[in-house]
Ligand binder design. Structure first.
Ligand code: CP
Length: 305
């Protein structure tokens, strides 16, 4: 693996290897790199958990994060993403973490620079590290993916998380279902849409999405209160979920819009567990990319036995 920009082309074996490695690191930690590595965290869109969990992951691996703020960088003078990335490569960055509003930009950059690129979210395209941490969370719960019924609910059309998760989950043999408002359905995804009341009853994993207002070009009018009643996870729907079903959400959560606020931290919720898994997951991805010799993980495990 040279870059990590999409879940679409990952094999089942490669995904499982990363999931198990992240799960291992979440439980046992790992040994930091001894070489002086640097990571360029290029965030052109707002982020709290992705950006900060990359910083924590990098520091835990002994990597120095190079801070970058687009609005005080030479991007404001017209410098391109490519030239910005080449600049970081030239001054010694070993890996680039890129969040950007333009779909496919991480893949394009990966084709043109020599250091690894990690896609930290590209417009409505993909968010592969979010997907991977979601998979780790599901794996910790069910110890498998085959036959697990995962419902992805909400603004599917504008969600990069929905896309990455749908690709990865179907590769792993999970059953993927979608539910949401008709105007925000994505008919390019080959998974069945089910009504919300049916969706909550069949789900082993009920994965909610925020309404991505910032990506809406069509102004679909909706009432916040009626959205929750019509399309969201209410207390009444949660009461009908399977007894061991879990609730997930990539966050940020809009409490009271897609989910009743009392369910965000209820017994079924794994929302903050997902964020916790984000650190180990990003460590697993970075370590895999920077340790192409392939012995680091084994050395880590042996050292701790
Ligand atoms: N889930 C996620 O990507 O959150 P942030 O936008 O805060 O990084």
């Amino acid at each position: 693996m040279k870059h990590f920009v999409t879940m679409k082309d990952q094999s089942e074996a490669d995904i499982l290897q990363l999931v198990k490695k992240a799960d291992y690191i979440s439980k046992h930690g790992t040994v930091p790199f001894q070489s002086p590595f640097f990571a360029a965290n290029l965030f052109f869109e707002p982020s709290t958990r992705t950006k900060m969990s990359f910083v924590v992951a990098e520091r835990k691996l002994g990597i120095e994060p190079l801070d970058f703020a687009a609005d005080s960088s030479s991007v404001t003078k017209g410098e391109s993403i490519y030239d910005t990335a080449r600049t970081f490569e030239s001054i010694g960055a070993n890996v680039i973490v890129l969040r950007h509003q333009q779909e496919n930009i991480a893949s394009q950059l990966a084709d043109s620079i020599s250091i690894p690129v990690i896609n930290a979210g590209d417009g409505t395209g993909e968010h592969p590290t979010q997907s991977l941490l979601d998979l780790v969370t599901i794996y910790q719960e069910f110890q498998q993916f085959k036959g697990v019924k995962v419902v992805i609910a909400g603004d599917i059309k504008h969600s990069r998380v929905a896309r990455s998760n749908a690709y990865a989950l179907s590769t792993l043999g999970a059953e993927v279902y979608l539910t949401g408002m008709e105007q925000w359905q994505d008919n390019t995804l080959p998974y069945p849409y089910v009504p919300i009341d049916e969706a909550t009853e069949i789900a082993d994993v009920f994965m909610l999405l925020r309404i991505q207002h910032e990506r809406h070009q069509d102004h679909v009018s909706f009432q916040q209160e009626s959205y929750l009643e019509q399309y969201g996870l209410t207390l009444a729907r949660e009461a009908k979920m399977k007894h061991d079903a879990i609730i997930m959400h990539p966050a940020p959560v809009n409490r009271g819009v897609e989910i009743d606020t009392h369910l965000v931290e209820c017994g079924r919720s794994r929302i903050f567990k997902q964020m916790q898994n984000g650190v180990a997951t990003r460590m697993a991805v970075i370590e895999t990319l920077l340790n192409q010799g392939g012995t680091f993980h084994e050395k880590t495990i042996n050292k701790r036995q």
